[in-house]
Design a protein around this ligand. Structure first.
Ligand SMILES: Cc1ncc(COP(=O)(O)O)c(C=O)c1O
Length: 397
């Protein structure tokens, strides 16, 4: 019996490969610089491109929110551009908004699907501004035969979203632009890495096992999890109220931005995991899972909106759907969770500095998009379970 389908890939799977694994872009590039996570790699991109305080950057309005922190921390001014409900950027607006003070355009490859990167590159080249690719969802993804992240003047990745590592983001820049390169960034605090690793280990794997073994494992893991969570919450409380600057409790999965962490690199732990992963197998699994989900939704003709088929080379982060009524997302998410399926009400936080009323499409996406997990630990049997659960819930709400 499958107890839980987790939203994120699990520690330990796809890590031990029999053949010598081959690194993938951008990890196979000597120019690749490692950071604690994607947001700090973005800060590295802004520094590398020498974007000074007071300069402007064009940023999509459909945004997680955390990407804005490096911009504000470095005194740069975002100008938001619309992204429609199909995730297409407003190219005409971008083109006419690039004025004297604009230094760069940020493009986000949502869910691993390529933005119209050729058109964006052309505009940026013509207007002589930098193009920054946010590949936080697009590690392992390609546009045709070129990896995403090779089109812009700089590209950054949030590796920890796609592979089970305690921390890790990276930056790749066109060599001539990089003003920020330092040979080695600092090892992240060891306690912080230890706690994030423990978190990954303790998340229950989605496996079919004998009842007895399953029960024993569940009991052992649950008690560890309860103890660890208690410990972590206690420490987090101490940190927030008594030691807000204590970096030893920094987590790579929060909405915080801590300027000192810009100097941190990736941990040794993450580096050692990265070297042993079979990336091609991960890509194959993710694409297969996306296609299985797509076929189902397509055949069922439910009133949910899909984002189309994957283009050749794209490696998806998750399977996004739009539920036309806002309250339905909450209901579906809750009902799936009760059945042990962790889906993602994607980007449901609204950054206070964005004037959301000016961007109804971004607001709509933030309120209505739900992502299903399709990561490397999801097998067809889990897809079946998700589909069965969704069908069941959809019939009731
Ligand atoms: C599009 C996008 N860019 C950047 C980031 C920041 O990445 P990280 O969490 O690794 O710092 C995120 C994180 O949620 C994101 O979704």
């Amino acid at each position: 019996m499958i107890k839980k389908i987790s939203g994120k890939p699990k520690y330990g799977d796809y890590i031990k490969v029999t053949k010598k694994p081959k690194l993938i872009f951008p990890l196979d590039q000597r120019r690749c610089e490692y950071y604690y996570s994607g947001r700090y790699a973005f800060a590295g991109a802004l520094k590398s491109l020498n974007i000074k305080p007071g300069k402007k950057i064009l940023v999509p309005a459909y945004i997680c929110g955390i990407e804005l922190e490096p911009i504000y921390h470095h005194g740069i001014i975002p100008i938001f551009y619309n992204v429609d409900r199909n995730l297409n950027p407003d190219l005409a607006f971008i083109e006419r908004s690039i004025g004297r003070n604009v230094s760069a355009v940020l493009a986000i490859h949502y869910f691993g699907m390529a933005q119209p990167i050729g058109a964006l590159k052309k505009i940026c080249e013509e207007k002589k501004v930098a193009l920054i690719e946010d590949c936080s969802h697009a590690f392992m993804s390609r546009h045709g035969n070129k990896p995403l992240g090779t089109f812009g003047d700089a590209a950054f990745f949030s590796l920890l979203k796609s592979i089970p590592i305690p921390n890790g983001g990276c930056l790749i820049t066109q060599k001539k632009n990089n003003n920020n390169r330092i040979a080695t960034r600092r090892e992240p605090d060891k306690l912080s890495t230890f706690l994030m690793t423990a978190d990954l280990i303790l998340q229950k794997p989605i496996e079919q096992k004998s009842r007895c073994k399953q029960w024993a494992e569940q009991a052992a893991l649950s008690s560890c999890l309860v103890i660890l969570n208690g410990f972590r919450k206690g420490l987090a409380g101490v940190r927030r109220y008594l030691m807000p600057n204590a970096l030893w409790l920094a987590r790579s999965d929060t909405y915080e931005y801590i300027e000192e962490i810009e100097q941190w690199g990736i941990s040794e732990k993450s580096r050692s995991i990265i070297k042993t992963i079979d990336y091609n197998e991960i890509i194959k699994t993710r694409v297969r899972n996306y296609n299985l989900m797509y076929e189902y939704f397509q055949n069922k003709n439910l009133s949910v909106k899909l984002f189309g088929r994957l283009k050749p080379g794209e490696c998806p982060l998750l399977f996004p759907i739009i539920l036309e009524k806002e309250n339905k997302r909450k209901l579906v998410y809750k009902a799936l969770k009760e059945k042990g399926i962790v889906s993602h009400p994607w980007w449901d936080r609204f950054h206070p500095k964005v004037t959301w009323e000016d961007f109804p499409d971004a607001k709509f996406l933030k309120n209505n998009l739900l992502g299903f997990p399709i990561h490397q630990n999801i097998e067809p049997i889990h897809i079946e379970k998700m589909i069965e659960a969704f069908d069941n819930i959809w019939g009731r709400i």
